[in-house]
Design a protein. Structure first.
Length: 161
């Protein structure tokens, strides 16, 4: 698990609270940012008595694993479940459907890392306290859609027949 995993989980929980939404028991699953852990978590989520209508994976590779599992089970993304990742790795735009994700400013993060290394190499002390958080941006792509309510689902089924 990455060092920032607790912060990502805290931000998820805080965002859900801010939106007036609860996080039901079982909805938070552990993973290691790999495609395989996304696949495994998806099976556990779908086995819940009341499975989610959307899955937010804390990494894009995990989200791709989520989408592959859903598709292998005959579920459609985003019609049956929406999927969101985090990082905006190149695979996010290349996935089918293209993955909605949270973009981190990787260039700026790398530049800050280099500045810190140079500072340490010059014998300076590291900055006191934790680094300031970098801003993120939601990149909306094709893997998300509003959930279908019972009436909308019935209407969609009626159009398909």
């Amino acid at each position: 698990m990455g060092e920032d995993a607790p912060q990502r989980l805290d931000a998820y929980r805080q965002t859900m609270r801010s939106a007036g939404l609860s996080v039901p028991d079982g909805y938070v699953q552990s993973g290691d940012y790999s495609k395989r852990s996304g696949e495994d978590a998806t099976h556990r989520l779908l086995a819940l008595p009341d499975p989610p209508t959307a899955i937010f994976a804390s990494g894009d590779a995990m989200a791709v694993g989520v989408m592959h599992t859903l598709q292998n089970l005959g579920l459609r993304v985003p019609e049956d479940l929406s999927v969101i990742g985090f990082d905006d790795l190149p695979m996010a735009a290349q996935a089918r459907p293209a993955l909605t994700t949270v973009r981190q400013p990787l260039r700026e993060m790398g530049a800050e890392g280099v500045r810190l290394i140079v500072r340490l190499a010059e014998g300076q002390d590291p900055p006191a306290g934790p680094p300031a958080p970098f801003p993120t941006e939601l990149i909306v792509r094709a893997s998300t859609a509003p959930p279908l309510g019972p009436a909308a689902a019935a209407g969609a089924a009626g159009r398909e027949s």
